[in-house]
Design a protein around this ligand. Structure first.
Ligand code: HEM
Length: 358
């Protein structure tokens, strides 16, 4: 049950410009313990995670219930509407592709900065902010000014995947929250569905991700929805010659056209996975092989390169192989260039504490 009277002093959409001071002293007294945790991290299994100072046990002492809280709010949300799992997963992705996972996607515009919510990839499309707020409220009630919004989003994304039938993984934690959004980076760094495969791979490379990550993480499109506006071009005028996309199954295209007309209906939504839209599985890859991937960027994985085609085929025949790589790629995406040192804000923690010890 969510607390109703608790005042959310540090919501995820508007951050204070200074780190709250009241956690500084208790934290200093825990310093030896934290260094021990960071240095001796046996279970992390990802050297990059260790290098970036994130660790699954980061809140073990300061907020031991955080994972439970995130999970219970996500379970409630996903049972009401499974699409929340997809929307939160996408928010985490859109957060991580803009200067690392630092919660910047959650920030509203201020007098000085414009929110990433206005960017082309997010406008009329990014959703789930109210679920993040709900989680943050519950986490603040248990552990005031301790857990970053970026960490909440990373945990919630993982939980959404598990709740819809996908793989689980340990989420390295300890990200700091940015105090500023970047509308420009949101527009430039997040791949568009009309980007060529090469451009998409380049955008992933910029985030420390490779072609295997591109194919595995695109598997997120096994859940969730897309608006007609995001794939209309494939139905009517794929290359500017007034013809539909040849790599799209004819029957599927005809069905899509009935609800996604040449003009209008931009916001009408369609399942990204036409077969099992609420289940996180490898059906997405089977669809692609059958020419039934919804977005151009989905189908290009099969048609634009032999390397990505082979990976699509590999994941289409084995849920386990897909799940294993998906979990690895999610961790990799989540730990790239986290805010560290004195930058940003980590719940109520002071800057630089953990990083001194790695
Ligand atoms: C490879 C490049 C990618 C492109 C071009 C792309 C593009 C898109 C587009 C256009 C939509 C539909 C948006 C709309 O019309 O409202 C969408 C939805 C979605 N994307 Fe991606 N995406 C990519 C990769 C990813 C990755 C890496 C993830 C997660 C790790 C992801 C997770 C999702 C999810 C879960 C949805 C459904 C969201 C919902 O139902 O609210 N996508 N994506």
């Amino acid at each position: 049950m969510l607390p109703t009277l608790y005042k959310n002093r540090y919501p995820c959409n508007a951050r204070h410009t200074s780190t709250p001071p009241d956690m500084a002293l208790p934290l200093l007294s825990l310093l030896p313990l934290f260094s021990l945790l960071v240095l001796s991290s046996p279970s992390i299994g990802h050297s990059a995670a260790a290098a970036s100072s994130l660790h699954p046990n980061f809140y073990a002492h300061s907020c031991p219930t955080v994972e439970k809280i995130v999970n219970s709010v996500m379970a409630e949300a996903v049972s009401e509407n499974p699409r929340w799992a997809a929307s939160i997963l996408r928010l985490h992705f859109h957060d991580c592709f803009v200067k690392g996972c630092d919660g910047s996607v959650l920030l509203d515009s201020s007098g000085v900065f414009l929110s990433e919510k206005r960017s082309n990839p997010n406008r009329d499309s990014a959703r789930g902010f109210e679920i993040v707020d709900k989680i943050k409220l519950a986490v603040e009630a248990a552990c005031p000014e301790t857990v970053s919004c970026a960490d909440i989003l990373a945990l919630a994304a993982r939980d959404g995947v598990v709740l819809t039938g996908g793989p689980g993984w340990e989420v390295p934690l300890g990200r700091r929250d940015s105090l500023t959004p970047s509308l420009n980076d949101s527009n430039n760094n997040i791949p568009a569905p009309t980007n060529t495969l090469n451009t998409i791979i380049t955008k992933f490379n910029r985030q420390g991700l490779d072609v295997v990550d591109v194919v595995a993480l695109s598997g997120s499109h096994t859940i969730g929805k897309s608006r007609c506006a995001s794939f209309r071009q494939r139905l009517y005028n794929q290359t500017g010659d007034g013809k539909p996309d040849e790599t799209l199954d004819l029957g599927y295209a005809a069905k899509l056209r009935t609800r996604c007309p040449r003009t209008g209906g931009d916001q009408t939504i369609f399942s990204l996975d036409l077969v099992s839209p609420n289940r996180f599985d490898n059906q997405y890859y089977k669809n692609i092989v059958a020419k039934k991937g919804l977005l151009n960027s989905d189908e290009e994985l099969y048609t634009a390169s032999q390397v990505t085609r082979d990976l699509v085929e590999k994941y289409s025949v084995s849920n386990d192989v897909f799940f294993e790589q998906f979990a690895k790629s999610m961790v990799k995406m989540g730990i790239y260039r986290p805010l560290r040192g004195h930058k940003g804000k980590l719940g109520g923690f002071v800057g630089g504490l953990i990083i001194k010890h790695v």
